[in-house]
Ligand binder design. Structure first.
Ligand code: PBG
Length: 331
């Protein structure tokens, strides 16, 4: 008499072909988005020390970055600007000839509808103090004054041809104010990705190098406390009510519980951002010989998908899209 239960669970894991039959979640290239850094005033790509393999690109290179990503089947590129000059109001963000708005135009021309063009909508790369909004006299971040600049930044990005705006500033009311400004100017087709559950995270460290952030201090008065899960769900619900087309959880890997809860509650597609620190940890551990690079990348991404993300922003988007094309299989 057998002491095992009737159904043997290992039966379906016996061979790669049997395992493929039972795979619940797949990575899909069209649902990967590649973040791209564009730096003003350089004429060749510069490596980012804390993100091995990621570069700051000159504006002239944007067309080929876009074409390469589109050829690999990547679903979108998310553009971040690194301006040569910053000021207290973040003027470079709203100027039509600001680096990010120029990059959007170059990307839109190269994309030819094959890949979606997305832009970060936040002031931190453009302000000399490095905060995501304007500062009040007492040094605090002024929510409502910032919204007015975000609305102008959104219009500049829409004029340049962005199809999805990534609202990453964590000001209250930003989705409603930007939606109204766009609709009022006839940009009703521009979609809004709300970085809803965006945590005040140490995992953004390498990104601050990538955009040469000048921030002193932290963003805890507007980004979420890492200890709070329920609040991430509340942010997503409020952004949906304000008109967000997509909501995001960020970082991804350390916040998979929040991702599950947002994915359960959301009535719009859910995105997750595998951030710079998540990228750097795997790259550096692999370089040190501690882990298998490709398997760890694949596992980190499928975990994000399993938790409920439809779309994933990842610095590996192009490479992983190429693996998918080549039929690479980690089973
Ligand atoms: C804000 C923004 C940040 C990231 C994306 N958008 C930085 C921050 O909030 O401090 C971080 C992305 C990453 O770490 O990969 N514009």
């Amino acid at each position: 008499m057998s002491t095992f239960p009737e159904r043997r669970l290992r039966r379906t894991r016996r061979t790669p072909a049997m395992r493929r039959l039972s795979t619940e979640h797949h990575l899909v290239a069209a649902q990967l988005v590649l973040p791209v850094f564009v730096k003003e005033g350089i004429d060749e790509a510069l490596p980012i020390a804390s993100m091995p393999g990621v570069m700051q690109h000159p504006i002239e290179a944007i067309a080929s970055v876009v074409t390469d990503a589109a050829d690999a089947g990547v679903g979108g590129i998310m553009l971040f600007g690194v301006p040569a000059v910053r000021d207290a109001e973040g003027s470079g963000a709203v100027a039509d000839d600001g680096i990010l708005n120029r990059a959007i135009r170059a990307a839109r021309d190269a994309a030819q509808g094959r890949i979606t063009v997305q832009a970060d909508l936040c002031l931190d790369e453009f302000t000399d103090h490095g905060h995501c909004g304007l500062l009040a006299a007492d040094g605090s971040v002024d929510n409502d004054a910032t919204l007015e600049v975000y609305a102008r930044m959104a219009l500049a990005q829409a004029r340049a041809g962005a199809e999805v705006l990534g609202l990453s500033g964590m000001m209250d009311g930003q989705v409603a104010v930007i939606r109204a400004a766009l609709d009022g100017a006839g940009h009703t087709d521009v979609a809004l990705l709300a970085y809803s559950a965006k945590y005040a995270s140490a995992y953004y460290g390498p990104f601050r190098d990538a955009v040469e952030s000048t921030l002193q201090g932290d963003r805890r008065t507007y980004q979420l406390d890492p200890a709070n899960g329920r609040e991430g769900v509340a942010e997503a619900m409020q952004d949906i009510a304000e008109g967000a087309d997509y909501v995001m959880v960020k970082p991804a890997g350390p916040y998979l519980d929040v991702l599950v809860r947002v994915a359960d509650a959301a009535t719009v597609p859910v995105w997750a951002y595998q951030v710079s620190g998540e990228y750097a940890m795997i790259e550096l551990a692999a370089r040190a010989g501690a882990i298998d690079r490709e398997r760890t990348i694949a596992e980190s991404l499928v975990g994000i998908r399993r938790a409920g993300a439809d779309v994933i922003l990842t610095y590996w988007a192009r490479e992983v899209a190429e693996w998918i094309r080549a039929g690479k299989d980690f089973a």
